[in-house]
Ligand binder design. Structure first.
Ligand SMILES: Cc1cc2nc3c(=O)[nH]c(=O)nc-3n(C[C@H](O)[C@H](O)[C@H](O)COP(=O)(O)O)c2cc1C
Length: 238
């Protein structure tokens, strides 16, 4: 009996470990991407993103933030002019979610100043991770709209406390943002490997030598640059 329990417990733990790995892997993949394929985001994918929004935590479970979905060419073009953080590119996203908080939800003194944005933050992160998991590209755009454009924005997209927008679309392989992200990931992976090696290497062991040699090399190079007068230092200019 206890063998059975142990075995199922081991399977349970392995399952939990796999789930953890899935989430961290999605977090590693997520990045802002401002270039999108012309294809629309299909309805079944939209449904899965909406489901993720429904699972979001919210302050006092009030669900004060809702989304206005934008996918018409004219309205996307308008957003590209109105949203300061999306100027010149957001119209390329086939689906944009505007995050709107209802002012009347936030009744405690002063909370309307900050709570809508905290609620929106939970939605933003959840949407970006779920969309990444579905193979979609996203970018969050902050709610900055120039003063003289704000009434126009409200007339078209509705009243409420605007908490920013999430642009969503199918990715374009090799886009500049994707390349940048891959470079960042490669550097992070390299750093993790280096730290893991350092953690398993005790001082004075042969494996330390490459690092020591590396530092000696940098010291010599620095001395040569100081001697050539290109770095203020021992010359007294620093
Ligand atoms: C609060 C916040 C506001 C942001 N506003 C904009 C924005 O207006 N426009 C934009 O293109 N990106 C915006 N971003 C995306 C950031 O530029 C991006 O997350 C950051 O450069 C890190 O890159 P990554 O998302 O690829 O990891 C914003 C991100 C956050 C968290």
């Amino acid at each position: 009996m206890s063998d059975v329990v142990d075995e199922s417990q081991a399977r349970y733990l392995a399952h939990q470990a796999r789930k953890k790995e899935t989430l961290i892997e999605i977090m590693r993949q997520r990045h802002s991407d401002r270039m999108y394929d012309a294809r629309p985001v299909q309805e079944d994918l939209r449904g899965q993103v909406r489901e993720a929004i429904g699972l979001c935590p919210s302050s006092c479970d009030r669900r004060g933030v809702s989304t206005v979905e934008v996918d018409s060419r004219d309205e996307l073009a308008l957003l590209s002019g109105l949203l300061v953080g999306g100027v010149g590119w957001i119209h390329r996203a086939p689906w944009v979610l505007l995050l709107m908080a209802r002012e009347e939800t936030y009744k405690a003194p002063g909370e309307v100043e900050f709570m809508p944005f905290l609620d929106a933050g939970a939605v933003i992160q959840q949407v970006m991770l779920r969309a990444t998991d579905l193979g979609l590209a996203t970018t969050y755009v902050n709610p900055n709209i120039r003063q003289f454009n704000r009434d126009h924005f409200r007339r078209i997209f509705g009243e409420g406390i605007f908490c920013g927008a999430i642009a969503i679309g199918h990715p374009v392989p090799g886009s500049p943002d994707q390349q940048h992200h891959q470079e960042k990931r490669a550097a992070a992976a390299h750093d993790r490997t280096r730290k893991a090696r350092a953690a398993t290497t005790r001082p004075g062991r042969p494996n330390d030598r490459p690092q020591a040699t590396h530092l000696r090399g940098r010291r010599l190079a620095l001395r040569a640059r100081v001697a050539r007068g290109r770095v203020p230092g021992e010359s007294g200019m620093g």
